[in-house]
Write a protein that binds this ligand. Structure first.
Ligand SMILES: [Fe+2]
Length: 317
């Protein structure tokens, strides 16, 4: 079997407002648009993804919460209606997706071998969470690429941030090993917002952009500081600052997807492409790509991976 490859990783946030604003046939509520700069950012990300010829999209979502262990979608085809419990007025989405069960099982097994509690989700009537769906819809609205969906154990919320992100580091490395053995050409999606201070009241018209702005100046400044480092490829600094960013900007990267993705990619010190930034109910959202293939780091070779990688412990101290 050919060697597996992680082609790229995307920071791909999931405010359901973006799907609402797109008015796709799958979503019941209708809108007058809104949040265009972020939606255009996703358009550019889609064009990049389109050129990749990939086999599978792996997504880690903070809104599929599993208190015991890390779970993986394990049913070949899933369909149903997904409703955002916070914004049911914006997101009632009829989903239909194909799961790469073989790769999901391999990720589950590699995670178990790494000492994590892992489990396959086999309920055929499972309602996929809005985080997974929004990220997948925005990056690939055709829904024609199989997916591996990974839950958020939310260990950083139960343990210390450092211990929790340490688990995500293990999960990322396990994901990498599974992809390597599978022969798949994979793209990783970290479904995370950056600063996460948000408004507590919705405008009468949710898409009234005269009401949209960063919730706090500090959150905005943190986002710009982190994005600037990512644009320059200074990822070691990003990971050093991550605990402080999480603490001071209430950043959603705490839930682990961002760390999982970078661990799977062996923490490449490469510049990210920023497709766009925008706020949604005051939270900071960036659509960004780290393209390993362009940086000639995509082929999963054990020696290259270990020499170019940094353990999370050395980054977060
Ligand atoms: Fe979220």
């Amino acid at each position: 079997m050919a060697q597996g490859e992680i082609i790229a990783g995307f920071l791909a946030p999931h405010p359901p407002h973006l799907v609402y604003a797109e008015n796709p046939p799958q979503n019941e509520p209708r809108s007058q648009g809104g949040w265009e700069p972020l939606r255009w950012a996703y358009e550019r990300a889609r064009a990049s993804l389109d050129a990749m010829k990939l086999d599978v999209l792996l997504v880690h979502s903070p809104h599929w919460i599993t208190s015991v262990g890390h779970h993986f979608l394990g049913v070949r085809q899933l369909s149903g209606k997904s409703v955002d419990p916070i914004f049911p007025n914006l997101f009632r989405y009829q989903f239909e997706l194909d799961v790469d069960v073989e790769l999901a099982e391999a990720c589950c097994e590699e995670g178990r071998k790494a000492g994590l509690v892992t489990k396959m989700m086999r309920n055929p009537n499972f309602r996929v969470d809005y985080g997974t769906i929004t990220t997948l819809h925005m990056i690939r609205p055709q829904w024609d690429i199989p997916v591996v969906g990974i839950s958020a154990n939310n260990s950083p919320y139960y343990l210390t941030t450092r211990e929790g992100l340490g688990e995500m580091d293990l999960l990322g490395r396990a994901t990498r090993r599974a992809i390597e053995k599978s022969g798949r050409r994979a793209v990783l999606l970290a479904s995370n917002t950056l600063s996460h201070w948000h408004f507590h009241e919705e405008p009468a018209i949710p898409e009234d952009m005269s009401k949209e702005h960063p919730q706090t100046m500090a959150g905005y400044q943190w986002d710009m500081r982190m994005i600037e480092l990512m644009r320059k490829g200074r990822m070691q600094e990003v990971f050093k600052l991550l605990p402080q960013f999480i603490e001071e900007a209430f950043a959603e990267v705490k839930s682990g997807a961002f760390t999982w993705m970078h661990a799977a990619m062996s923490y490449p010190e490469i510049a990210a492409e920023l497709y766009g930034y925008g706020t949604v109910i005051g939270t900071g959202n960036a659509v960004m790509e780290w393209n390993l293939r362009k940086a000639q780091l995509s082929l999963l070779d054990g020696a290259a991976a270990s020499s170019s990688s940094h353990r999370l412990d050395s980054l977060v101290d």
